[in-house]
Ligand binder design. Structure first.
Ligand code: NDP
Ligand code: BG6
Length: 487
């Protein structure tokens, strides 16, 4: 991959917001701890609120100290020297003026918009008007890019008028997760799976992103988006693309992204006729999660709402490799456990040579890729149970495990925040793990079809008790094809 110059400044708009404090600034701290930040690299957190540099450093120091890893004083001394806080309004050239001294000293700045997407267009216009959007600058956009295809196009056009595509980094933090990248290694660095990776051998695929947390204080954002737009349009479709894409020629950004976009374009459009049969919307009511009584979504929201906090659906990919292989996707808040998992279910053997009870023990192979809470890849294989039994041979299914942390024990084994990888990639200018404009728009086109089908079919979210696996319809959805969720 061609070397691009390394950035020397990161301007973090929304720099004292939730995402910045929980994910982005800790990620930069850990990158510094591991010696990945360029020597002269500076970070300027910017938001409208007035705050001194010292007060900002106190906040961040407290955040880092409260983390399980604790604070390393040597790293903190080095890292804090890189940091500043500037009160600035990113939406006007005048509002950006306080950043001028930092910009004058920077050759290759990155602008990270940890802001509401509704501000992206105005911020780009303001960056250009302030003279900050030089040819070497890069811009990072958080998801969601819009709320539908039309609004996403509006944002992409406005950002594209100031920054060319090679300088736009659209983040989907799932692509920074270690196991997600390992999925590419598993598929394309082994000869074992590729010949089997198709509709001749694979029965179906399940992708589950289950969260125990509720929406809580985030409802002003969430109520407008719901699970379909918050999770499925981006994170889950990206996972589906990595499972389903053809082998790219290399790891160049466009090679990988060309293949992902082909998958998105091959997704069978959803219609009103399929809405009830192939999808379920749910909204959590009160219940018990992890032994704790919790409120329902509408109570958190303070009024009735038509927003789904759970979605399950069947997606079909109309191409040669995947014809006839359903992808079952489900995601929800306030489910019984936190789990992000991809399960590739292989077909059963065509004929069992094992008679009697051994035949009943025979289960089809499954490849299970766990992203959260633990990172693991397991291949379930049939095995002979040890010993002799009167009834002949006994079979059992045993997992062959590639536990990522266990395989790489040692100082580097700390579980990284997904943003670490992605921030480092922006600094060095590698956009392979970022989402290209046509990808975002292809994903929205399909998701808009789902939302339209729901509206036309009059599908309101069905209630489910917090702590359950969603509405009963989610089970019926998969059982209709004589399959079941792996709970
Ligand atoms: P927050 O509301 O916590 O933070 C946003 C910050 O932006 C505020 O602190 C605000 O500070 C600042 N801000 C608002 N307007 C301006 C402005 N005109 N100029 C400069 N700063 C401004 O939001 P989050 O951190 O939760 O989310 C930020 C983005 O990241 C959103 O796009 C969200 O969808 C995305 N995201 C968030 C995730 C999360 O876990 N939080 C996960 C994935 C994506 P002030 O009022 O002082 O200006
Ligand atoms: C964010 C969504 O993009 O991803 C949140 O906005 C969700 O609603 C979060 O909770 C899940 O991320 P992770 O990495 O915790 O699975």
């Amino acid at each position: 991959m061609a070397e691009t110059p390394r950035a020397d400044l990161l301007v973090l708009f929304g720099g004292a917001g939730d995402l910045a404090r929980r994910m982005l600034l800790p990620s930069l701290y850990f990158l510094d701890a591991d010696g990945f930040l360029p020597e002269r690299f500076k970070v300027v957190a910017a938001a409208r609120s007035e705050m001194t540099r010292e007060a900002f450093l106190d906040l961040l120091r407290a955040d880092l100290t409260a983390r399980p890893e604790g604070l390393d004083e040597t790293v903190w001394t080095r890292f804090s020297a890189r940091l500043d806080y500037v009160a600035a309004d990113a939406t006007t050239a005048e509002g950006l003026a306080p950043l001028k001294p930092h910009m004058a000293a920077a050759k290759l700045p990155i602008f990270y918009l940890a802001l509401s997407p509704s501000l992206y267009a105005r911020v780009c216009v303001a960056l250009a008007a302030a003279g900050f959007a030089s040819d070497d600058s890069r811009i990072v956009l958080e998801k969601p890019i819009g709320r539908d295809l039309e609004s996403s196009r509006g944002i992409n056009v406005a950002v594209g008028a100031v920054f060319d595509e090679a300088r736009i980094f659209r983040i989907d933090h799932y692509l920074g997760k270690e196991t997600v990248q390992n999925l590419m290694a598993l598929r394309f660095a082994n000869t074992l799976f590729e010949p089997l990776w198709n509709n001749l051998t694979i029965d179906h695929v399940q992708i589950t992103v289950a969260e125990t947390e509720g929406v809580g204080e985030r409802w002003p954002y969430y109520d407008e988006y719901g699970a379909l737009r918050d999770m499925l349009q981006n994170h889950m479709l990206q996972l589906l693309c990595l499972v389903a894409m053809e082998p790219p020629a290399d790891m160049e950004p466009d090679s990988v992204r060309n293949e992902k976009v082909k998958v998105l374009r091959s997704l069978r459009p959803f219609t009103r006729a399929e809405a009830h049969k192939d999808s379920v919307r749910g909204q959590y009511g009160e219940g018990v999660v992890g032994g704790r009584a919790v409120s329902g979504y509408e109570k958190e929201r303070g009024q009735a709402s038509d927003t789904e906090t759970f979605v399950a659906l069947r997606a079909d990919i109309d191409n040669w490799r995947w014809a006839g292989v359903p992808f079952f996707l489900r995601t929800g808040k306030r489910l019984p456990e936190r789990r992000t998992q991809i399960a590739i279910q292989f077909k059963p053997v065509p004929h069992s040579i094992f008679g009697g009870s051994a035949s009943e023990d025979l289960v089809a192979n499954r490849l299970v890729i766990d992203l959260q809470p633990d990172e693991d890849i397991e291949l379930l294989l049939m095995n002979k149970a040890p010993g002799i039994s009167r009834g002949g041979m006994r079979l059992q299914s045993l997992p062959l495990s590639l536990s990522l942390l266990r395989s790489y024990e040692g100082p580097g084994a700390r579980r990284r925040i997904a943003y670490e990888r992605l921030l480092l990639d922006v600094i060095v200018g590698n956009s392979t793990l970022f989402v290209r404009r046509d990808e975002v728009e292809a994903a929205w086109r399909w998701v808009d079809g789902v939302a339209d089908a729901w509206r036309e079919a009059g599908m309101a979210p069905k209630p489910y008790a917090a702590g359950s696996w969603g509405p009963a319809g989610a089970f019926a959805l998969i059982e209709r094809s004589e399959r079941a969720w792996y709970d």
